[in-house]
Design a protein around this ligand. Sequence first.
Ligand code: ZN
Length: 132
Amino acid sequence: LAVQTDRKTQIVNVTEKVRQACRKLGVSEGILLVSVRHTTCAVCVNEDEAGLRHDFERLGETLLNPFRGNDGYHHDRIDDNAQAHLTSILLGHSSTLPLKDGQPVLGTWQSILLLEMDGPRPRTLDLAAIGD
Ligand code: ZN
């Protein structure tokens, strides 16, 4: 799945894209993996709410600042995005969900979210399913 982000730090709700893609996977009951191919973004399942999106953007920009140290992050000498890489490591590049009737099982307030930390960029999500 292709996702274009448009800000440095951003939450993109990809639930509907994933639901549409699941119709083509041909697995009714099983396990769905949603994985992102990149090293400066993440995937999670959480609530898509405006205040929380704002809070995430602030978290993404500040979470690892205390660990920068006196000489900064070494990776910043290459492309100045160490904090995005490190946040991606903490949040993880994939989520696993149960599949029922060919669709991911989500709670009322749960959405599948792409967490951008070094945008804007084109991003690619992969889906894999096993079951039946
Ligand atoms: Zn980098």
